[in-house]
Every structure is written in structure tokens, then in C-alpha cells.
Write a protein that binds this ligand. Structure first.
Ligand SMILES: [Mg+2]
Length: 391
């Protein structure tokens, strides 16, 4: 199979679930998120609302100004999570190599599945139909030789899309696209590329790697490869992951400590939720910082115990940021948090010597408080949390 990677992405997921469960909302501009009176943020918008320019992560008040007849619905995270689990079960019936990248998106590697299920295209069609039949929701499906191209294919065919990019088509497929379609190219990098005359991916291919290196450091190699449709990453199922991570590329470079702390908290929360869902704990916490000049550093700490709450992860990364990261006169473009040195719940308990739990009352209380906080936040929905930065 030469294009064994399938990317599945649900269309306007939260908003579509609202329209599924409340038929009176179908055909209406539905905006899911926090109340406009508070400082609510849009978590998702139906395609009817997107026509007015409403998009996720925008303040709710701004969304209502653009789309005054929009129907605002609160986030019902438990319901979305339930449907997400059903969808994941469908995906897992084709291969164990399923890598979820958010609640409504996943990659599958179906290499070697031909004998049982047919080629990737057949599997992709079947998955799309089963998701529709079994949940009532539409997914967009991209199929390609690697993860980068598969995600682009599903993005570009949305909504209700289905697109296969073959190895021999990838150059033509990529050439006319704006460079912002490349993973890791946010608005700041896009501007830097535009300044040297690079607007499309075809333009980018003409710039020698050495020239890119002088401006973008190590990221130049990524730019060079992705512009040619080369992506060597492998689909890693979460159960086999050695680490879990989350990162944010800021729309503008940031030097303000409060903004950085807030971003860290959101990432700590995201990583903590995934650890908790998987029944995992981690001991090593790593902070990744990319400066405006693309220099990237990492700072790690290994804790005495395995942890999995957002408070614990946040406390550690905040300390790393405040004590181990050169900030004077610097601007930051990207922040990432990862947790590694993972262990499951049972393994972790077995590793603790007898009695230790009892001596660590303060720590245990703190962990309980952290878990409670995460639970509350989950129930209230992830309003304050923008949806991953994978692009
Ligand atoms: Mg989606």
C-alpha cells in the first residue's frame, strides 16, 4: 500500500453534535462556547455560523457581533467525549495503529491491512460511512503516503470530504498552496517567508536549504522536507507513547510573563487530561521554548513521584520557565510542555515502597485537589482552552 495513512477529522464536531441532538438547530448558525457576558470563547462553530466569519478560539462577544442571530450553546464535553469514544472504537476495528490528536481527529496507519479490509481507500470509505451510520455525524477523510499529506487532504476536502493524494501527485498537490499550510508555519513565520518572496509551497522549494537555515535554524529542515511532501513521522498509538505533549505557537511573539504562564497552564491541562484518560502518570516534565529567532531550547525536571494533574505539571513548568529560561529582552514564539518517563496506575503503585503514601499527606491532598480541579474544568467544558495547534 503506497498511501497507507488515513486522517479522520470530524466536521465542526461540537456544533454538529448539538445539531444532531437538537434537530431544531439544524440549518441554523450554531456557536458552541462560553457565555458572551463572561469572557467566553468560541469552542466550535457550525458551517452556517462560519459563513459569518465566526471561528473557534474567538471571543464569544466578537462572534455575536459578526453573527447576531447565532444560537449560542454551552459546551457538553461529556457527550462529545462519549461520541469520540464510539468513533475511536470504529477506527480501532481496522488497526491498532490509531493516533488520536484531539477529541475529533485521528491518524491511522493501515499498512498491511489489505488482506483483511482492502486498500486504504476502501478502508477510508468504509470508516466514513460507518461513522455516519453509527453516530449520525460526518467526518472528512484524507488518505496519503504520510501524515502531513493525509491531514492536508482531509482539511482541504472539508466538509464531508474524501480526498486521496497519491505519491506521484504530491508535488502538484502541494505547489499552489500557501506556505501557511505547512505544519509549524504560524502567522509570524509566514510573514518572515513572505518577506523573502515566498508565498506558495512551490516558492519555498526554490529556496536552498542553507539559506533557510540562516533564517530559521533547525526548522529549515522541516520546511525543506514538508515542502517536498516528505514526512517521516510514524503513527504512534497513545498506549505506546513514550511521552505526551502539547504546544502552542503564538500568533505574535510574546515577552509578557502572564501570557506565557496562561499558555503553560492550558498546555499542562491538556497533557494532564490525556494522561488521566489513559491511566498514565509521568515523572519527567519538559518545557520547550522557541525564541523569535527560532533558537529552540528544552529544560527538564524529573520529579520524585509520578504525577498526572494539571496543577502538578503546571507548577513544574512554571518553575522551569521562571528559573531556567533566559527571558531578558527575548520574545517567544512557541511554548511546549511534555511529560515522559510514563507509567500506568498499577505499575506506579507497585513501585512505591510500603508506607510512603502515608508519609506524604500534604502531597496527596494537593494531588486530590488537582484532580478535582481538572474534573470541574472538564465538566465545564474546555472553554478557555483553544483546540490544539496541529496544522
Ligand atoms: Mg474537526
Amino acid at each position: 500500500m503506497r498511501q497507507p495513512i488515513i486522517h479522520i477529522d470530524m466536521d465542526a464536531f461540537y456544533a454538529s453534535v448539538e445539531q444532531l441532538d437538537f434537530p431544531e438547530l439544524r440549518g441554523l448558525p450554531v456557536i458552541v462556547g462560553g457565555a458572551p457576558e463572561g469572557r467566553g470563547v468560541v469552542a466550535a462553530a457550525s458551517y452556517e455560523a462560519r459563513r459569518f466569519g465566526v471561528h473557534s478560539a474567538m471571543p464569544m462577544a466578537a462572534a455575536i457581533r459578526l453573527c447576531p442571530r447565532g444560537v449560542v450553546r454551552p459546551v457538553r464535553m461529556q457527550r462529545y467525549a462519549e461520541l469520540s469514544r464510539n468513533i475511536r472504537e470504529i477506527l480501532k476495528s481496522y488497526t491498532p495503529l490509531v493516533e488520536p490528536i484531539s477529541i475529533d481527529e485521528a491518524f491511522l496507519d493501515v499498512t498491511g491491512g489489505e488482506r483483511l479490509f482492502g486498500d486504504a481507500e476502501k478502508i477510508g470509505r468504509e470508516i466514513k460511512e460507518r461513522i455516519k451510520r453509527e453516530t449520525g455525524l460526518t467526518a472528512s477523510v484524507g488518505i496519503a503516503p504520510n501524515m502531513f499529506l493525509a491531514k492536508l487532504a482531509s482539511d482541504m476536502s472539508k466538509p464531508d470530504g474524501f480526498l486521496v493524494v497519491h505519491e506521484e501527485e504530491k508535488d502538484d498537490f502541494l505547489a499552489p498552496l500557501p506556505v501557511s499550510r505547512i505544519w509549524g508555519v504560524g502567522p509570524a513565520t509566514e510573514k518572515a517567508l513572505n518577506r523573502i518572496g515566498v508565498n506558495t509551497i512551490a516558492d519555498l522549494r526554490k529556496i536552498p536549504r542553507e539559506i533557510l537555515r540562516t533564517q530559521f535554524g533547525k526548522f529549515a529542515d522541516t520546511l525543506h522536507n514538508l515542502s517536498r511532501g516528505i514526512d517521516e513521522r510514524k503513527v504512534v498509538p497513545e498506549s505506546l507513547a513514550k511521552s505526551l505533549s502539547s504546544e502552542t505557537t503564538f500568533p505574535e511573539d510574546v515577552s509578557d510573563l502572564d501570557t506565557l504562564r496562561r499558555a503553560l497552564y492550558e498546555q499542562a491541562y491538556r497533557v494532564a487530561s490525556r494522561l488521566q484518560r489513559k491511566g498514565l502518570h509521568g515523572r519527567t516534565i519538559t518545557l520547550r521554548v522557541r525564541y523569535a529567532d527560532f533558537r529552540t531550547i528544552t529544560r527538564s525536571a524529573t520529579l520524585e513521584q509520578h504525577v498526572n494533574t494539571s496543577t502538578e505539571i503546571y507548577d513544574c513548568t512554571r518553575k522551569l520557565l521562571e528559573t531556567k529560561v533566559e527571558m531578558k529582552g527575548k520574545r517567544i514564539r512557541l511554548l511546549g510542555v511534555s511529560v515522559s518517563n510514563l507509567a500506568g496506575n498499577i505499575e506506579r503503585q507497585m513501585r512505591l515502597p510500603f508506607g510512603l503514601n502515608g508519609h506524604d499527606e500534604g502531597g496527596e491532598k494537593r494531588r486530590r485537589a488537582g484532580r478535582a480541579l481538572d474534573e470541574v474544568k472538564r465538566r465545564m467544558g474546555e472553554n478557555s482552552i483553544d483546540r490544539g495547534d496541529v496544522r
